[in-house]
Ligand binder design. Structure first.
Ligand SMILES: Cc1ncc(COP(=O)(O)O)c(C=O)c1O
Length: 400
């Protein structure tokens, strides 16, 4: 029997998210909600002596408030925001020079793989895409010019779990940066820096903002040297977010803990329902009970690993419907509460077919290898009443 417990939820998370970097005293008018500062320019006290800010690309009070809050909720020293999740990844690539080598998972959000392959490679960076669930394989890929290992866990859309601690040991041994895309779980459920990673990277567009109305990204870290370099690149490459968007995300962090708890509960109920449905072939969700019933393995390695490095799971559930692409399309078009679209992490429930939507451009052999089949459906379970969600899935699954 599996006795591994989940990690504890981070202490005082909601209090930190609500109060950290939000002190009214830092504004002259003592505003409780941080102001949206739209000015791109700030008067100098004397020539070449700005007070705190000089030019909006280099720093902005609304953005810096969010950056400090992001660092605080992860118990980290520094946070940096970018104009999108991919913008944060592009900025990370700016750390390297032509000829440098990067090891990355062969099971990544397609946009990350696309950025590495189509933008990083032509710039002279060398990438090895490999199965990072096999830690020995990762070590075999290390070369003298390897500078970074990039992983995402759990992966999008198959929810495969990667052992952050094990990969971090390899990174540490070879003095390589480890970056973890933590978009799917947020620091409420998973804290990569505490597990040995150097960079915790986010698409804030998803759960962190949670209202499907902002595109933004972030990097959270402790290392001073990397922070100085990334702070320079943030300004030099200029992939910065607007003050309006920064204020939206800063607002959204106040309810992150509550939202994640409810996403998690709803997703588990949905996964259990799906698991018992005759028109469902297999459910992908890292919670134990499902793996127990599905694979008959109470000590499934992924399940134990998942519990060892997280405090719970978000609203992401994937499943294989019984049938082919036509059946998948019929199911998706029959949904009435779930909205048929890409993306994830908002308050509303979403459904999509990765093989022809988010992951359509993944080469066919790779899709097969990692399980992105035509009958795979990815759900982002939102915050609606869960009975309505289950009723919706049930009626759509019944349609032949
Ligand atoms: C896991 C993951 N990382 C990064 C991104 C990219 O983020 P953005 O769309 O904010 O550029 C996405 C977008 O779907 C994602 O799912």
């Amino acid at each position: 029997m599996n006795t591994q417990e989940y990690l504890s939820l981070p202490r005082n998370f909601a209090t930190i998210a609500i109060h950290s970097a939000q002190e009214p005293e830092k504004w002259e008018h003592l505003s409780v909600v941080p102001p949206i500062v739209t000015s791109t320019i700030f008067k100098h006290l004397s020539p070449a002596v700005p007070k705190l800010y000089a030019y909006g690309r280099a720093g902005n009070p609304s953005r810096n408030t969010l950056e400090e809050c992001l660092a605080a909720i992860e118990g980290a020293k520094h946070g940096l925001c970018f104009a999108s999740g991919l913008g944060s990844m592009t900025t990370v690539l700016g750390l390297f020079a032509s000829g440098d080598h990067i090891i990355c998972s062969d099971n990544l959000f397609w946009g990350t793989a696309n950025l590495f392959d189509k933008v990083g490679k032509p710039l002279g960076l060398d990438f090895t895409f490999t199965d990072v669930t096999d830690v020995k394989e990762v070590e075999k890929c290390v070369k003298t010019n390897t500078k970074m290992i990039w992983i995402e866990t759990p992966t999008n859309p198959t929810l495969t779990v990667i052992d952050i601690r094990a990969v971090s040991k390899i990174a540490e041994k070879h003095k390589i940066i480890l970056a973890v895309d933590n978009t799917f779980l947020t620091p409420y459920f998973q804290r990569p820096l505490e597990l040995g990673a150097d960079l915790s990277v986010y698409s804030l567009t998803k759960y962190m903002n949670g209202h499907s109305d902002v595109i933004m990204g972030a990097i959270v870290l402790n290392d001073e040297t990397l922070h100085t370099k990334l702070r320079f690149l943030q300004n030099a490459m200029g992939i910065v977010p607007s003050p309006f968007d920064s204020a939206q995300v800063n607002r959204s962090l106040k309810t992150l803990a509550l939202r994640m708890q409810q996403h998690s509960k709803n997703a588990l109920a949905v996964a259990k329902f799906l698991e018992g449905h005759p028109n469902v072939d297999k459910v992908l969700h890292p919670a134990d009970i499902l793996l127990f019933f599905y694979q008959g393995l109470p000590s499934h390695p992924q399940h134990t690993l998942f519990k060892k490095q997280t405090a719970g799971h978000s609203g992401m559930v994937s499943f294989y419907i019984k049938g082919d692409l036509q059946q998948t399309k019929r199911f998706l078009q029959s949904l009435k509460v779930f909205i048929l679209t890409e993306s994830l992490g908002g308050y509303e429930s979403l459904a999509e077919a990765p093989s022809i939507m988010t992951h359509a451009s993944v080469p066919e052999d790779q899709k097969k290898k990692i399980g992105i089949l035509d009958n795979l459906v990815r759900l982002s379970v939102g915050l609606e009443d869960v009975d309505d969600l289950i009723r919706d899935l049930n009626q759509a699954l019944e349609i032949k």
